[in-house]
Design a protein around this ligand. Structure first.
Ligand code: ADP
Ligand code: ZN
Ligand code: ZN
Length: 753
């Protein structure tokens, strides 16, 4: 790469990232300099030499060339981790469309001076026998928090304080009381090191079976030959993927390198974290999105200094500043939470591959239901496909029954619960086993409409229906889930004045209410966006259900992810097809994932489980594939559909979202952008490489009083799409500068606009 000028940042603290300075590149260095390199430059009045990082290259001076200073020299040694992250940021900017500043902000740790955080550890101070006696005592007295913590200590040995607090939902008071009673000690980090390692309380880790061994061996051999691939590990839930990750990490650690494990926040449970900790001890640390900036910075320091070798966390843990990163694992790689909602709208999977390419590392993607994108790449030979066909611990997969809801209606059943499902729930109650009732939230908004004129009560600021809530106070309210707008519920139509206004659809609350009617004696827990508002709301509900405090758990998506409840032998899925008919091309994939994952919740213990899928379209291929737990059938169908309709991964796609406070402005700007694309000389007639769809009003055409328009651009040739976006960016910059509207890019969008 050759450039006359470079943009340099001197101080890579978060606050200063946007202050770049332009320097001239001396002729002798023009061929050598690239983004991410560390250089010495004269700085300030005195022109003292300072070290800085190159964040951009250009051929044009930004101001009077006479006044631009020259780069002094390159700092000779390897590109430090900051340099690697800057390269990654530059790639993200190019690939997803954002400013360099936005990209840097995403990858760089916030530098914030904080009091060093004390990392404390909890340790049982009595013998396990005595511990078990006290556990019985706590249970008898219904001291549930104490019992929960003590049980975890008996099972796992030492536990980090922070983890017990956040994931087991234990309060400071409980820790203190247990300490006073002499049940546990709270050790500081130094004490902990002196006191030696944890006593092992738990069962030994399992030996890898043949299938797992073969994969780990392949990984080891590739790694030793310095062949760094991306592997896609496809294995049903419980097939032992996590064991494979841990042994692959062993290979990497043995070479003195480090590893990142990405797990969606919702699946990052206490059990999962403790499994990694049992294997890796103090070498592992957790990042989570609830951490304060200071806590995060503190963790990043521990990573940078090499005190920690493995980090486990959600999407943003991908930017952990390891100096010699050797492996990135992405568990549940199909999860939509791996795609960022903020600019740059990056996907962790591709970004991980790019980071791995920069630092010569491998990537392992794992899932029971791989994304269509990844499976396609594996088919194309871009990824190595690994399969684990059977459950490791030999439990049987659940039995699946499909119930045709049309048939139910015909026989006069107006309930949301089919007769068969009611019968099965009753059976579980009798046998004191637990059930999970899962509903597709997307299709279930509890909106209010008028039976006389059909008017739906919408938010005045957003084009979405308001949701009915009756648990806030004694007066029911209507709430907008996009902007938070709230009004009192009035039993009269705004449009025609009719009093025949009411709730339709059925939120989780309504399902819960109906269950109570059907089974008055059953203890029911509900888990949805409302009951989990508090800091650790959803952990608390799951813990309660796990402790057998309820017979039935009712909830949305959140209940189907990665939780193990051995006593659950029935999962009922209400109206499985409601999410099939969303406006976007991934609706089928999402439905398949949800149904498969929900089915995976049944029968994790000794008893085989039963899954009931209620649907209006039993013949739909996605429902059929999910019922048969047949990934191959699902994939064949999905890829054929995407090929036919020109969607990713067969085609590359770019969503261009235009927003403005006046509708005409949004419309006009979007038209202009679409025309620009259509009229490119290289994109006319039979040579057209870009397909431009729109502009159109999105499904939700107004949010918080801002109007939206969307254009979709598709191409078989990805570089053409990249080029098109760059052209749009120039025009968009002019539009934004005039203050009329904003333009956002979303590459291979995972949701409909
Ligand atoms: P996945 O990540 O694919 O869901 P896990 O690695 O969590 O699967 O394994 C599921 C269960 O099977 C865990 O309880 C784990 O301890 C157990 N397990 C994994 N591998 C083996 C093995 N080789 N032998 C016996 N049990 C195993
Ligand atoms: Zn609103
Ligand atoms: Zn009306």
């Amino acid at each position: 790469m050759s450039a006359k000028y470079v943009d340099i940042i001197i101080d890579i603290s978060h606050e200063a990232i946007d202050r770049a300075f332009q320097y001239e590149v001396p002729l002798s260095l023009r061929e050598t300099l690239s983004v991410g390199m560390q250089v010495q430059v004269p700085f300030g009045r005195g022109n003292h030499l300072r070290t800085g990082y190159i964040i951009g290259l250009s051929d044009e001076p930004e101001y009077d060339p006479e006044k631009i200073k020259s780069v002094h020299s390159i700092v000779e040694n390897q590109v430090p981790v900051e340099g690697q992250l800057i390269r990654l940021a530059a790639w993200m900017k190019e690939t997803y469309g954002s400013t360099m500043y936005q990209a840097l902000k995403t990858v760089m740790p916030v530098k914030e001076r904080v009091r060093p955080i004390e990392h404390k550890t909890l340790r049982l101070s009595v013998s396990p026998e005595e511990g078990r006696l006290r556990l019985l005592e706590y249970r008898r007295k219904h001291s549930v928090a104490k019992a929960r913590l003590l049980e975890a200590l008996l099972e796992n040995g030492d536990i980090p304080y922070e983890l017990a607090q956040s994931k087991l939902n234990i309060s400071k008071g409980t820790f203190d009381r247990l300490q006073e009673e002499g049940t546990l000690e709270i050790l500081t980090r130094t004490q902990y090191r002196q006191a030696g390692t944890a006593r092992r309380m738990s069962e030994p880790e399992p030996e890898l079976n043949m299938a797992q061994q073969a994969l780990v061996e392949e990984f080891r051999q590739d790694y030793h030959r310095e062949e760094y691939h991306t592997y896609l590990l496809h294995g049903v839930t419980g097939s032992g993927k996590t064991e494979v990750y841990m042994h692959a990490i062993d290979v990497v650690l043995a070479r003195g390198r480090q590893a990142i494990v990405l797990i969606p926040e919702i699946s990052l449970t206490f059990q999962t974290v403790m499994r990694f900790r049992r294997h890796f001890g103090e070498q592992i640390t957790i990042l989570n999105s609830r951490m304060s900036k200071g806590e995060r910075y503190d963790q990043f320091q521990r990573i940078r200094t090499g005190e920690v070798k493995i980090v486990i966390g959600p999407r943003s843990a991908l930017f952990a500043p390891f100096t010699d990163l050797g492996l990135i694992v992405i568990d549940e790689e199909h999860e939509s939470s791996y795609k960022s909602d903020n600019l740059p709208k990056y996907h962790a999977r591709e970004t991980a591959q790019e980071r791995a390419r920069i630092c010569h590392a491998s990537v392992i993607l794992g899932s029971a239901t791989p994304s269509v994108v990844s499976y396609y790449r594996a088919e194309q030979g871009e990824y190595r496909l690994w399969q684990l066909e059977n459950r490791a611990a030999q439990q049987a997969l659940a039995r699946v029954e499909i119930i045709d809801l049309r048939e139910e209606l015909r026989t006069g059943n107006r309930s949301r619960f089919s007769y068969r499902l009611q019968e099965l729930i009753a059976e579980r109650l009798e046998r004191e086993q637990q059930s999970i009732i899962f509903m597709n939230r997307r299709g279930y908004a509890s909106f209010v409409s008028c039976r006389s004129c059909g008017e739906v009560v919408n938010c005045p600021h957003c084009q979405v229906s308001l949701t009915y809530h009756d648990h806030h106070s004694d007066r029911p309210k209507l709430i907008c889930h996009y902007c938070g707008y709230t009004e009192d519920y009035v039993q009269q139509c705004r449009n025609c004045g009719s009093k025949l206004i009411g709730r339709f659809g059925s939120g989780t609350q309504l399902v819960e209410a109906e269950l109570k009617e059907l089974f008055p004696a059953a203890r029911i827990l509900r888990m949805d966006a409302d009951t989990t508002k508090g800091k650790d709301g959803h952990e608390a509900i799951l813990a309660a259900f796990g402790e057998g405090k309820a017979d039935i758990l009712v909830g949305t998506q959140m209940i189907v992810k990665g939780h193990d409840f051995p006593n659950v032998t029935l999962v009922g899925i209400l109206a499985a097809d409601l999410s099939l008919h969303n406006q976007d091309y991934m609706a089928g994939e999402r439905t398949f994932d949800l149904l498969t994952q929900a089915a995976g919740r049944a029968g994790r213990g000794a008893e085989p489980g039963t899954v009931v899928i209620q649907t209006y379209e039993p013949e739909h291929p996605v429902i059929q594939a999910a019922a048969g737990q047949d990934y191959a059938a699902f994939y064949e169908n999905a890829i054929a559909y995407r090929r036919l309709l020109k969607y990713p991964p067969v085609y590359s796609m770019l969503a261009v979202l235009v927003t403005a406070s006046r509708e005409e402005q949004a419309e006009a700007a979007a038209r202009k952008l679409a025309d620009l694309l259509r009229n490119q000389p290289e994109n006319t007639g039979s040579r057209a490489v870009l397909r431009v769809v729109g502009p159109a009003a999105p499904v939700i055409a107004k949010v918080k009083d801002i109007y939206r328009r969307v254009i979709y651009v598709k191409s078989l040739e990805e570089p053409c799409l990249l080029l098109a976006r760059q052209q749009l960016e120039e025009y968009a910059a002019a539009l934004e500068a005039s203050g009329e509207c904003k333009v956002y890019f979303d590459r291979d969008p995972m949701k409909g606009y």
